[in-house]
Design a protein around this ligand. Structure first.
Ligand SMILES: Nc1ncnc2c1ncn2[C@@H]1O[C@H](COP(=O)(O)OP(=O)(O)O)[C@@H](O)[C@H]1O
Ligand SMILES: [Mg+2]
Length: 359
């Protein structure tokens, strides 16, 4: 049945999310559509996000949490929890991790609706919640040829919750204890992981492995010269079997309607993330200087040099910006008044090159 209450459209949701997450249009659109349907009370397919470290997976999850929390009406439409998959693995070692996930949703619902809310109302809210499972690649079934028991159990535990209409649950003491059966089929799961090594594994499969020769070199013109080159993009070649081989069970994977690949960030995106996102190293440092009555400014050339340096550590993604900027700014932060003129500190290219060298 269509909901009478107005539900934000995917475009509205995406507009709000893109204040915190830059680029990654495909992932933002996918999540926005899913969330819009979920908030309307419709059943939605679960989503698996795959993207290199530092490309914004956790940021996107937090942006959704922030978006829902920012509006009191939205906040009451869905209980949201974000869980680190490793924690699920630990809980799986001790017993009933599926129940632990529902328990968290129940706690969240209680925070939202207050301790006086009846238990069945809380259960209903929990049973239509949104669960983010971060670092889901940590619950792969094997690591380096060894079985990963915690991972296997955690995948099984999630299976007991995903699309299950009758999950037996022991209620927590505050809810009076006792056993109930919960229909968790309406919970939306969004899982994300870097799946380190997946890129290389798929590349190997299509070049030297099982599907040797599948990836053919293409002719490119580079600097006026004609050359043969292998152009590999994970999204062109990734198949479910690659994820099975990685250690995600077929049953587990079959519960996801969409697999979304995040993009590696280019120089332009790194520049924008550095300058525009509220939690960037630059803004943090700026607040620090502001607290000392100093205005921190940085020139476009200086920012580009920092982004170039960060781009040299592709494994860190945007995280490298923090590490690089810290090297540039730390002496100024130690002695804030040192290079200030007229209440302002300007970081220009020479200041950056003095630390990082020339590009
Ligand atoms: N697409 C992005 N948009 C905005 N900030 C990003 C993006 N990708 C990474 N960042 C920034 O880089 C840092 C690491 O991002 P995070 O989302 O934790 O990466 P991961 O994909 O490994 O979960 C965060 O400080 C975040 O602000
Ligand atoms: Mg992360």
């Amino acid at each position: 049945m269509p909901q009478v209450l107005a539900t934000p459209t995917p475009a509205e949701i995406a507009g709000a999310l893109t204040r915190r997450i830059l680029g990654q249009e495909e992932a933002v659109r996918e999540i926005s559509v899913a969330l819009s349907k979920h908030l309307a009370g419709l059943r939605v397919g679960n989503i698996l996000m795959i993207g290199s470290s530092g490309t914004g997976k956790t940021t996107l999850m937090r942006a959704v949490e922030g978006y829902l929390a920012s509006d009191p009406v939205l906040a009451t439409r869905s209980a949201v929890v974000r869980i680190h998959a490793n924690v699920l693995g630990e809980e799986a070692e001790r017993g009933r991790p599926g129940e632990a996930v529902l328990g968290r949703l129940l706690d969240r619902a209680r925070e939202q609706l207050g301790p006086a809310a009846p238990v069945d109302m809380l259960l209903r809210r929990a049973a239509s919640g949104l669960v983010f499972v971060d670092e889901v690649d940590k619950i792969r079934s094997h690591v380096g040829g060894q079985a990963n028991v915690a991972g296997i159990r955690a995948q099984e535990a999630l299976l007991t919750l995903i699309e299950n209409e009758a999950v037996p649950v022991n209620l927590p003491a505050w809810a009076g204890g006792g056993a109930v059966v919960v229909n968790s089929a309406d919970i939306l799961f969004v899982c994300a992981g870097a799946f380190e090594g997946l890129y290389d594994a798929v590349f190997d499969r299509v070049t030297i492995g099982k599907d040797r020769g599948a990836l053919q070199p293409v002719t490119v013109v580079e600097g006026g010269k004609v050359a043969e080159k292998l152009v590999f993009r994970l999204r062109d070649w990734l198949r479910n079997e690659d994820l099975f081989d990685y250690g995600m069970s077929p049953q587990f994977l079959s519960r996801f309607d969409a697999v979304v690949l995040l993009q590696d960030l280019g120089q332009d995106e790194l520049v924008r993330i550095f300058l525009e996102t509220p939690e960037s190293a630059f803004h943090q440092s700026r607040s620090y200087f502001e607290s000392r009555g100093i205005h921190l400014a940085i020139s476009p050339n200086a920012v580009r040099r920092i982004a170039t340096e960060a781009g040299r550590q592709p494994r860190l993604g945007a995280r490298a910006l923090k590490e690089v900027f810290r090297r540039v700014i730390r002496d100024y932060e130690f002695d804030p008044d040192k290079s200030v003129t007229g209440g302002a500190l300007l970081i220009d290219l020479p200041e950056v090159e003095a630390v990082l060298g020339k590009a």
